[in-house]
Design a protein around this ligand. Structure first.
Ligand SMILES: [Fe+2]
Length: 249
């Protein structure tokens, strides 16, 4: 199945993703082998100590893109890179620093769309989360909440996620959570959120070519055993693509 991945730590030498360009290439090779044809580089932004400034992320992205294009032309074993749509975004940590940057409109949305991938402090209260999300929406962006199945608030009170969705947010699930042990609360909630339509996207959140490689293809295969293929395609291709194509309002 063709996959469109909107959460991936791919840029070399910035956050806790690939250490260098060679590792970025291997990471992309594995993702491509499992069906990924479009991928957004979402390095950590505003999360200390993994933060990289927006300007630096733009520069690293430009440099990486031209290096990947050169490899695609010059090396037969890298030809697959030409078959991969690679764009820039960020995983924005919801903080006062992020809100200030948002007010200056100095944030990285998903591939220049109106959608902003957002992560939180795991202990953030729902009230604070909600008022911060309202500011993001006021600024003209659509929040895409990263790996919602990892937050205690949504595990304990799943209706809270429905409240965030009613505000106009999207919710993303990590592929890895769907492949976790049977019966684990995280896996159970991840499936429930998808089944109920509360969460609409599955992404890899890949970090490397090793223990945190893309498992999006595996997750799609597993979901296909339980849900109709067209629903799975919505989670891994149609919905993420629509989120990235959403023009700024
Ligand atoms: Fe991430």
């Amino acid at each position: 199945m063709e996959l469109y991945d909107i959460h991936a730590h791919l840029l070399p030498g910035v956050d806790d993703g690939p250490a260098d360009l060679a590792e970025t290439v291997e990471t992309l090779r594995l993702a491509h082998d499992s069906g990924t044809r479009a991928i957004v580089a979402t390095s950590h932004c505003f999360l200390r100590p993994l933060h990289t400034p927006v300007e630096e992320l733009r520069e690293v992205f430009e440099r990486t893109t031209s290096e990947l294009a050169r490899l695609a032309r010059e090396r037969e074993d890298c030809a697959f890179l030409a078959d991969l749509d690679f764009s820039l975004g960020a995983e924005n940590y919801l903080s006062s620093e992020f809100i200030l940057a948002l007010e200056r409109d100095d944030v990285l949305s998903l591939a220049g769309s109106k959608s902003l991938l957002i992560e939180f402090n795991p202990y953030l209260s729902f009230e604070i989360m909600k008022s911060a999300l309202a500011r993001v929406i006021e600024a003209g962006y659509t929040p895409v909440l990263a790996h919602v199945e990892r937050y205690r608030i949504f595990l304990r009170e799943p209706a809270r996620l429905g409240e965030a969705m009613a505000m106009g947010c999207h919710a993303q699930i990590n592929a890895e959570s769907l492949l976790g042990s049977f019966g684990s609360p995280r896996r159970r909630r991840a499936v429930e959120f998808l089944k109920s339509g509360t969460a609409t996207v599955v992404a890899s959140d890949l970090h490397n070519a090793d223990n945190r490689r893309s498992r999006l293809g595996e997750a799609a295969a597993l979901l296909s055993k339980r849900f109709p293929e067209e629903r799975v395609r919505e989670w891994v291709l149609d919905n993420p693509r629509a989120i990235v194509r959403a023009a700024r309002g």
